[in-house]
Design a protein around this ligand. Structure first.
Ligand SMILES: [Zn+2]
Length: 457
């Protein structure tokens, strides 16, 4: 009699930890749609434009995905099989791709077979397009509706961006392809891929149930692909093993392999496009809110908050979630305003542009660089980030759990409010901190791009 009661009790204990920690995680995803940096393209362009190996490349011919997979069916079947074996052997928390959806070179619908094999959202828009940079001319190309680029019901976020169509055989520059592709993972590639996503592919893909994030939210299901927790304490992983169920490292590895393959077989458009997809996750992980469960909060405090919740005192947890959400949003909004202002003013001497354009020290990229260097640097900066937010941003926005930052008028005035309270010093401190993150972003991007290009014939 003792045993069943004990087991029942144990199960009861286990699941609330998962639920509560899951809820804490969920908050960082509710913020600005699980986007780490606003408009990756505005950040990546200055980096790529100062890499001669990218910026000085001759224009290339556009190719559709169907054309690429048809021309390379046999080779892709071999590449993806080899890559799958490698992932199973080398990534300890990898969720294997079910054998039933392996790429089949004899399939009548090769594009669908490929999409299933790389486990992306079949509704994602993979047609060739270019996202124009501020001030860039359409060159007579048809402007695309945002719905032709992104899958979401609410596309308000895209109102300030301009997309144009490019067709098979047209010439485009590699930097245009890369900068555009860099945002693709936030446009729908990773939506609806879990068994509880209520989609057909969710049941096929083998990713299991969504470990955290709210599956009911439109953007919610991409969270475990755009966040990676690799450096939390072992006790936290023991209490909440689902924290291991994140996949940006897998995405980066796969897109790098596909990019190198496309270049080696003369399909440069897809070489650059897959490179851009991988670059996205490298940018995301440089942001501490995507690499760290609760920046600035100790493991002990985190566990205690959850323990109190389980004992029937949920307020500390509710407050923690609100603060996490508010701070994440503050950082992104500050970045967005500073970035757009630098573009408007053509202020290329700003701390932001200096950080993005300088030739900085770059590590040689290897298979564990994403986790051991990029994610680790980001995790290590999380305390400093939390500290700066507490010190230089008005208290209401970062330390008042009764205040909802999302949708507030204060968040739009963030730069002005920092200036009112802390003068130019506040702006300088926060801008310099942002520049530190951008310098990592710069170094990580160069490292990854160079690693792929070193294989380009
Ligand atoms: Zn993202």
């Amino acid at each position: 009699m003792f045993s069943p009661t004990f087991l029942k009790h144990k199960n009861k204990l286990k699941s609330p930890i998962k639920v509560t920690l899951g809820a804490i995680l969920c908050s960082s995803m509710m913020v600005s749609n699980a986007i780490a940096w606003s408009e990756h393209s505005l950040i990546s362009y200055p980096i790529l434009n100062t890499m001669p190996e990218v910026a000085e490349q001759a224009p290339i011919k556009v190719e559709t995905l169907a054309e690429f997979v048809t021309a390379e069916a046999q080779g892709l079947a071999t590449l993806l099989a080899t890559n799958e074996d490698w992932l199973r052997q080398n990534f300890p928390h990898y969720k294997p791709r079910p054998d039933a959806i392996a790429f089949d070179a004899a399939d009548k619908d090769l594009q669908t077979s490929f999409i299933h094999a790389i486990r992306i959202n079949p509704n994602a828009r993979v047609n060739p397009y270019i996202q124009l940079l501020p001030g860039q001319d359409k060159q007579g190309r048809r402007q695309l509706d945002s719905s032709e680029v992104a899958v979401f019901t609410n596309l308000d976020h895209y109102n300030t961006m301009t997309f144009v169509e490019v067709k098979s055989g047209e010439l485009v520059t590699p930097i245009e392809v890369l900068v555009s592709a860099n945002d693709d993972p936030d446009n729908g590639l990773d939506i609806g891929l879990f068994t509880d996503s209520n989609t057909e592919v969710g049941k096929l893909y083998g990713f299991g149930k969504q470990a955290f994030g709210n599956p009911a939210l439109e953007y919610g299901s991409q969270a475990p692909f755009h966040m990676g927790f690799y450096h939390e304490s072992s006790i936290l992983f023991t209490l909440a093993p689902f924290l291991r169920e994140t996949f940006p490292d897998y995405r980066v590895h796969m897109y790098k392999a596909l990019s190198e393959y496309a270049f080696s077989t003369g399909h440069d458009y897809w070489g650059w496009r897959f490179m851009g997809w991988g670059m996205h996750y490298i940018g995301d992980i440089a942001q501490s809110y995507h690499s760290t469960l609760q920046p600035g909060v100790s493991t002990v405090s985190s566990i205690w908050t959850n323990a109190k919740d389980m004992m029937g005192y949920p307020q500390a947890k509710i407050d923690a979630i609100q603060l996490l959400s508010n701070r994440h949003l503050v950082l992104e909004e500050f970045q967005e305003i500073i970035t757009k202002k630098a573009y408007e003013d053509n202020d290329f001497s700003s701390a932001l542009f200096t950080a993005l354009t300088q030739e900085t020290a770059v590590v040689e990229y290897s298979d564990n660089t994403f986790v051991e260097v990029f994610a680790k640097n980001s995790y290590d900066k999380s305390d400093k980030l939390a500290d700066y937010l507490e010190r230089w941003v008005p208290q209401q926005l970062v330390s008042d759990p009764s205040f909802e930052v999302d949708g507030s008028k204060e968040i739009k005035m963030i730069v002005q409010l920092i200036r009112e309270q802390h003068g130019e010093e506040g702006i300088t401190k926060m801008s310099n901190l942002l520049a530190e993150f951008m310098l990592d972003h710069n170094a990580n991007t160069r490292s990854y791009v160079r690693a792929i290009l070193s294989h380009k014939p």
